[in-house]
Design a protein. Structure first.
Lengths: 468, 528
């Protein structure tokens, strides 16, 4: 069994950074700290942990930053090496070694009264209990004890990768976790697990880029409906990020909303905003033509080349321009890129007292914030997920994401699937997805590597997917 | 020796290649045997003493008008309106004809003791002129006498306090014009008639009007029924302006119209080859062509543009007439026709033209893609009287780089028009749904009123100018154009003239008749 393992080797970090700078995003994989190794499945850290065999695992923008050595040093204390990347995961529940499919301590658990239910004394149980008792955070699906209990080996699951207080068996739960806002947990470097924001950055859990599998706490697993395709399911995690970002903005019906960037996060944000909010106008700036087409299909009123977005917002809001910024502008701007330019553009097109939501992961940037101060703009981050309030009801972000994915058929964004052995090609493809007419690149962990014909170079076959 | 009239050459094996303008450069193209090339008449002799001619026109007006000096009296309000930077093309050498005329008008006003005099640039929805452009048009003496005292105005079609609504024509057209002019005892309008379209009632009814008024004749329907703009009797654009002009006159507003015509001597000595017929090129002309074309092709477009916009035309005045609007304009039009008409026998399947760097709307600016379309389909296509030079369903081939370059200060709404409107539709009848939004956009209004920007609605007007041609033609092909931009305009791209002619044959059939309009210099094809 194989896994892509990211090790802490400083010279290789440097090499990855140079390669990515010279040859483009994703190119750091060939020379950086990422290596394909033989690996056994990780051990379960506790009784509420389950083995999951990844079937599809997406490549995210933050993954690309990692393999290119471009991630902010902020995260250094929040990961543990070596780790197996991959946090956008569709997997299959595996039987625990040495246990029957429905036996005690297995993935399935033992039903409503099994250990782990509310009030049973485990961290997971306490989380569910806390939710039920106070914050109503847990919602109706995987975070609820009943949903955990019914998982059977062979069932498809989507992993909610944040490693908050519950998986870490921390007691008492931090206020964020107690409220179900797991993405806001600040204890991701503590507890009985090694540091790690999420599965995919923690040395103990494994990650999605592996045929060896990973381990996840029962509270992190969401059963995939039989009617949902694998491609749709692997889009649930990034869509949950978009849902969280969309709902954090407080959009009302008269708002003009702009989305900068139409990669996976941008398009998922468009889908989420259109389905969960009702802005009067939804505008998208996208670099590539296929992204603009998809944005309109997913609900944008207009999708224009990125350089036109500020002008389009100005037109839509009947605005003047002053000091390099529109005088009225969009009520909410979602920056789904996270670069210096995109943040500056967002600040230039948002209205005074408006809100800029950073959905894409930024790094170290240098910006003139005089306009932000003068115009009293709120600049806020939107990381991960947790529990949301929609129409007065608290629901898990992942539950909402399942709905959005199903309604918008976001599996269509999966453009190509690669076997693990072709990771350098896969990451290069992901790094240049836009220019190659693609959106989401995933690893297909069920796919066997192509056998090279005698005399033919290995790893040259066409990836399986709808777009090249 | 009197100047030679226009000429239609039939290309044979001995005919040298034909010069095509190509934006900021030129090309020599070998047209198929049997093609026709239409050359403009040679420049007419200018007036020997233009100042004397102006004085004579002011003292001997046409139609039902008294001499200017008898219309002037102490204590009166006098407004002198004049054409803006869009005329003439290229801008003429100093002294500009406007300066010559206005100096004489001011002399008479001073002699009569008139001291309430305001000069108004008749911008309509065009951009405000810069100080250097105003100094060029008026001369330093006039500029320095009026501008520092706030007596040199640029018409503001968006100033609610500066407009007056005079009424509605019998066709329901609002007539709203500049308040200063409308409340003056006399408007003296100083016009340059470079082409037959200019002048007449269009001077005041368009040049001093508001958007509310202009929209009645600057629209797809009117433009489609103006066949052509150069033929006033068959132009709905002119019919509308004449209705408005008569309403203005009926409102009691007195206009003393001064119209001038220029010869078509458009290029100075170093570019003399542009005025000449290719088989008559001297060695010096050939050398000048080779030097200019290779130099312009090598330098960045921005530099080439700067060089060419610095070229002042040696235009000279060929006539000046003054008095009552319609009587004056009839003589003016006859004089324009005398200079520019070229008889052409029958229509053609394929019309070719090279588009130069300049149009009325990009003096000292960039000929952006919308202006490229307007120059070719709005202006050059309409340089006809009788019937279009190209037959219905025929093909127009234009040579121009057509790069997606815009002057953000002069043409801000053009950028959004290109990106937003043309991305949706190129049908002049369809784009109207966007017009109001652009016309009332507060940013465009601000830039028009305070900067040097064309009004927000102006790109719509440019596209409406194309309506007749778009209705008439089977296809439009751009040679050497930026492909994506040409596609956005709704036209076809060809790399070479040969490719374009082959593509045209797919539309009009094999062995098409081909005619090349060798302009500029300007001419009007009188198609029999």
């Amino acid at each position: 069994m194989k896994a892509l393992v990211f090790e802490r080797v400083v010279p290789r970090f440097a090499a990855a950074r140079v390669a990515a700078t010279l040859r483009g995003s994703g190119r750091g994989a060939a020379v950086g700290p990422l290596r394909l190794l033989d690996q056994d499945p990780p051990a379960t850290p506790g009784p509420d942990w389950i083995h999951v065999r990844p079937r599809l695992a997406g490549i995210c923008g933050s993954d690309l930053a990692t393999v290119d050595g471009a991630t902010s040093r902020y995260f250094e204390d929040l990961v543990s090496f070596p780790f197996v990347p991959g946090h956008e995961i569709l997997g299959v529940v595996e039987p625990s070694p040495g246990a029957g499919a429905s036996g005690s301590g297995s993935a399935a658990g033992t039903g409503a009264g099994d250990p782990g239910s509310a009030g049973d004394g485990t961290a997971a149980g306490r989380a569910a209990g806390a939710s039920a008792a106070g914050a109503s955070a847990a919602g109706s699906s995987a975070a609820g004890a009943g949903a955990w209990a019914s998982l059977q080996p062979g069932e498809r699951v989507v992993v909610e990768p944040v490693l908050g207080c519950v998986p870490r068996a921390l007691e008492p739960l931090c206020p964020a976790c107690a409220a179900g806002d797991t993405g806001s947990c600040q204890h991701v470097a503590f507890g009985h697990l090694s540091p790690g924001l999420q599965i995919g950055y923690c040395t103990d859990t494994g990650g999605g880029w592996s045929t060896a599998g990973l381990v996840a706490h029962r509270s992190q697993l969401h059963r995939v409906p039989d009617t949902m395709s694998d491609e749709d399911a692997v889009m649930v995690e990034p869509t949950a990020c978009a849902v969280h970002g969309a709902l954090s903005a407080g959009i009302v019906g008269t708002d003009t909303v702009a989305v900068i960037g139409a990669g996976t996060l941008g398009l998922a944000t468009v889908a989420a905003v259109r389905r969960l909010q009702a802005p009067s106008t939804l505008l998208v700036g996208a670099r590539y033509a296929h992204q603009r087409s998809l944005a309109v299909e997913l609900g944008a009123d207009r999708a224009v080349p990125s350089v036109q977005l500020e002008r389009t917002v100005r037109r839509a809001t009947h605005s003047l321009r002053s000091a390099g910024q529109v005088t009225a502008g969009a009520d909410v701007v979602f920056d789904c890129v996270g670069s210096v330019d995109s943040i500056a553009a967002a600040l230039a097109m948002v209205r005074p007292r408006g809100r800029v939501v950073l959905v894409g992961m930024p790094g170290r940037v240098t910006l003139d914030l005089a306009g932000l101060w003068h115009r009293q703009v709120a600049l806020t981050g939107a990381y991960a997920y947790g529990t949301e309030t929609v129409d007065g009801t608290r629901r898990r972000t992942f539950d909402l994401a399942f709905d959005v994915v199903a309604d918008a058929h976001l599996g269509r964004l999966v453009s190509a699937r690669y076997p693990l052995e072709r990771f350098t090609e896969a990451l290069a493809h992901a790094g240049s997805a836009g220019s190659r007419g693609a959106v989401k690149i995933v690893f297909d962990l069920d796919q066997q590597p192509p056998r090279a014909a005698p005399g033919a170079p290995a790893g040259r076959s066409t990836p399986k997917g709808r777009r090249a | 020796m009197s100047p030679r009239p226009g000429y239609v050459l039939e290309v044979d094996r001995t005919t040298p290649p034909t010069l095509f303008w190509h934006g900021e450069s030129f090309r020599l193209e070998r047209l198929p045997t049997g093609s026709r090339v239409v050359y403009a008449p040679e420049p007419h002799e200018p007036l020997a003493d233009p100042v004397a001619a102006i004085r004579d026109a002011l003292d001997n007006p046409l139609g039902d008008s008294q001499p200017l000096r008898s219309l002037l009296r102490p204590g009166m309000r006098l407004t002198i309106a004049f054409d803006d930077v869009s005329l003439p093309l290229p801008p003429m050498r100093r002294p500009d004809v406007r300066q010559l005329v206005i100096e004489q008008v001011l002399d008479q006003a001073a002699s009569a003791g008139v001291d309430d005099v305001v000069l108004v640039v008749a911008l309509a929805l065009h951009r405000r002129m810069t100080e250097s452009e105003l100094r060029h048009a008026l001369g330093d003496r006039i500029y320095d006498a009026f501008a520092p005292h706030d007596l040199l105005w640029q018409h503001d079609a968006e100033d609610p306090d500066g407009l007056v609504h005079l009424g509605v024509t019998d066709r329901g057209e609002d007539v709203e014009i500049n308040k200063r002019a409308a409340t003056s005892d006399l408007i003296v309008y100083v016009n340059i008639n470079l082409v037959a379209m200019d002048g007449g009632h269009k001077s005041v009814a368009t040049g001093l009007a508001s958007y509310r008024s202009l929209r009645h004749h600057h629209n797809a329907h009117t433009m489609r029924h103006s066949r052509s703009f150069m033929d006033q009797d068959h132009s709905e654009l002119h019919s509308s302006n004449w209705r408005m002009g008569r309403l203005i006159a009926a409102s009691g507003i007195k206009i003393f119209q001064i119209e001038t015509t220029l010869n078509n001597d458009a290029f100075p000595e170093q570019f003399r080859f542009l005025q000449r017929r290719e088989w008559e090129w001297s060695m010096r002309d050939r050398a000048a062509y080779m030097g200019a074309s290779s130099a312009l092709a090598r330098v960045p477009a921005r530099l080439a543009r700067s060089v060419l916009h610095g070229v002042a035309a040696p235009h000279r005045m060929t006539s000046v007439q003054a008095g009552e609007v319609e009587a004056v304009h009839a003589v003016t039009t006859a004089n324009v026709y005398a200079q520019q008409l070229v008889e052409v026998d029958g229509q053609t399947d394929v019309l070719t033209m090279g588009l130069p760097y300049i149009s009325p709307y990009n003096v000292n600016s960039i000929l952006n893609p919308i202006l490229v379309a307007c120059l070719g389909l709005g202006y050059f296509f309409n340089l006809y009287r009788g019937r279009p030079l190209v037959r219905p369903g025929g093909v127009l081939i234009m040579s121009h780089p057509t790069t997606p370059d815009f002057h953000p200060g002069h043409h801000p709404s053009y950028i959004d028009f290109f990106e937003e409107v043309l991305a949706d539709t190129t049908d002049p009848a369809e784009i109207g749904k966007y017009e109001e939004g652009f016309a009332t956009d507060p940013w465009y209004v601000h830039l028009y009123r305070t900067g040097n920007a064309y009004h927000g609605v102006h790109p719509f007007y440019m596209w409406y100018w194309c309506a007749h041609a778009l209705d008439h033609l089977g296809a439009v092909i751009v040679v050497g154009g930026h492909r994506a931009t040409v596609r956005r305009l709704g036209f076809k791209s060809a790399s070479t003239m040969a490719d374009a002619l082959e593509m045209a044959a797919d539309v009009v059939g094999p062995g098409p008749s081909i005619t090349h309009l060798h302009t500029p210099p300007l001419m009007i094809a009188d198609v029999r």
